[in-house]
Design a protein around this ligand. Structure first.
Ligand SMILES: Nc1ncnc2c1ncn2[C@@H]1O[C@H](COP(=O)(O)OP(=O)(O)O)[C@@H](O)[C@H]1O
Ligand SMILES: [Mg+2]
Length: 508
């Protein structure tokens, strides 16, 4: 077999954890090879070993059939291996070209011919359909474009084996389509790609083969044309996975959340929510469907007290919560699972245990007269960690060290445990793997059935369709349609989301 990369029986340990235990990955020339695994399975570690960032304790790496000793990324580069990391490593104030040549200037001491470099970057961009402007400043281009700059950086250094670490996690659906085209054109030109992902749809769409790892163990390699999402999911999590969320019909009761004629401006002062009306009742999940940028974030921020409302009202039961502080809103019975779990959800450098009482630490039994009672805090945290299946070595581990899925489970545990009347779940499963998604969906439905009102914001139509009892379609700052998931389909929702409300107007 013509393998460009062979990683044989790789073992990589970190203190207290075996991140890779006897994993084998063989990549054929010209293929797109998926590396699939849940959060924390060991995917990034394995690729960091290949890229020379980590040294394995055991195992062997062969590049194009030759044994290789990849002790640092420069050696990886010289072997034609390039990596597009999950977090980009670009200098904001530099141009695209400056970033690309950075660190690979022709000779020490020699001046860089930036014109020449721009020309080369433009040619590479053209050849692979990247559509990048070599002279643009990084800070002026979109996240999707920045990712392409990272791709160009590897190509400029002559990479013909490209590693993509969860590249689609940061992209919009449109950008994902474009990236898939780019990957296809790369392999057409003879490049080989290792694609780390936990999105089964993407694997089915672009990959030739797929290697699955679970909890640090290699599970095996399958041909994508001979498998299906259900099989891949169960290989990944080690048990059957339910894709369609099981739930009984909702039993909505009294109205908990009621929003009238709400107007909210964004940070630039532009009106984003333009007289919006919305109600969520006890015992129902209302999903907001819409294309990103139609006022969804501003709506959520206004309800939770993170952003000022210009006009209109927000009531929880009979109580006006319009323009209260976030803490007051929270005390009124609103829980918030935020879109940006790093910015608003967690204090990353605090232990996960303390993060789990972030909303209540100043109350008894966690504090008395301003002094925190750590024993009570950790007792509570440990029981939540168990109940919400947060995988962490212990409650004292910093939140930063946990995988995204486990961070999210911790936030949900904390927010749900407070027995709120209203749960606002903003993109609760973004970037998570199927196992964690299934868990979180189940929890939200359980909470609904306990009589809580749930407001769900998601840009994944699948999720909105599966989880919601009612769907409010948001367009241009308003809810322009109110539909039931069983009475609509993705195509109709797509039309509504593009602003074609006429055909549903009668149902409002
Ligand atoms: N530098 C590190 N030090 C200690 N533990 C680490 C380090 N990097 C990763 N880990 C741990 O190794 C395991 C695998 O992590 P990772 O390879 O990032 O998983 P994945 O990319 O599949 O989500 C996790 O339990 C993670 O916490
Ligand atoms: Mg990773």
């Amino acid at each position: 077999m013509n393998y460009v990369i062979e990683m044989l029986n790789i073992r990589k340990e970190f203190p207290g954890i075996v991140a890779n235990d006897n994993i084998t990955l063989q990549v054929e020339k010209g293929e797109i090879h998926a590396l699939l695994g849940e959060n924390g399975a060991g995917k990034s570690t394995l690729m960091n070993v290949l890229f020379g960032l980590y040294q394995p304790e055991r195992g062997e790496i062969k590049v194009r059939g030759e044994k290789a000793n990849i002790t640092d990324p420069n050696i990886a580069n010289s072997l034609g291996i390039g990596m597009v990391h999950q977090h980009f490593m670009l200098v904001d104030t530099f141009t695209v070209t400056e970033n690309i040549v950075l660190g690979s200037e022709p000779k020490r001491g020699a001046t860089v011919d930036i014109r020449q470099a721009e020309q080369e970057v433009a040619e590479l961009s053209e050849r692979y359909g990247l559509n990048v402007n070599p002279k643009a400043k990084i800070r002026d281009i979109s996240v999707g474009m920045q990712q392409r700059v990272e791709i160009l950086k590897t190509l400029y250094r002559g990479a013909d084996i490209l590693i993509f670490d969860e590249p689609t996690a940061v992209l919009t659906p449109q950008e994902i389509k474009e990236l898939i085209d780019i990957m296809n054109s790369l392999v057409k030109e003879g490049k080989s790609i290792i694609l780390i992902t936990h999105k089964l749809k993407e694997i089915m769409e672009v990959c030739d083969r797929c290697t699955v790892i679970r909890k640090g163990q290699g599970i095996g390699t399958v041909e994508v044309s001979k498998t299906n999402p259900t099989e891949l999911a169960s290989l990944m999590v080690g048990r059957e996975v339910n894709f369609s969320t099981e739930k009984t019909p909702a039993q909505p009761k009294e109205t908990f959340l009621s929003i009238k004629d709400l107007v909210v401006k964004d940070a630039r002062g532009v009106e984003m929510v333009k007289g919006l009306n919305l109600e969520v009742k006890a015992g129902e999940i209302v999903g907001i469907a819409g294309v990103d940028g139609n006022g969804q974030s501003e709506l959520i921020e206004a309800i939770t007290g993170l952003r000022k409302s210009e006009a209109g009202s927000i009531h929880l039961h009979d109580k006006a919560i319009t323009n209260l502080t976030p803490r007051k809103v929270s005390q009124s019975g609103v829980s918030h699972i935020p879109q940006d779990r790093h910015k608003f959800g967690l204090v990353l450098d605090f232990p996960i245990g303390e993060n789990m009482v972030l909303q209540t630490y100043y109350q008894s039994p966690y504090s008395k007269k301003g002094v925190m009672n750590l024993k009570n805090i950790y007792k509570k945290a440990e029981s939540l960690i168990k109940e919400y299946d947060v995988r962490t070595p212990d409650a004292y581990t910093k939140a930063r060290a946990l995988s995204g899925g486990n961070q999210q489970k911790a936030i949900i545990g904390r927010e749900v445990d407070r027995s709120p009347d209203l749960i606002i779940a903003a993109q609760p499963t973004r970037g998570l793997d199927v196992g964690a998604i299934e868990f979180i969906h189940k929890k939200l439905i359980e909470e609904r059935d306990k009589g809580r009102a749930v407001l769900l914001l998601s840009f994944e139509l699948d999720e909105v369709m599966n989880l919601s009892d009612r769907i409010g379609v948001m367009f241009d700052g308003r809810i322009i349609a109110d539909v039931k998931p069983e009475e609509t389909n993705e195509q109709e929702l797509g039309l509504l989301m593009a602003g074609n409300a006429d055909k549903k107007a009668g149902d409002q």
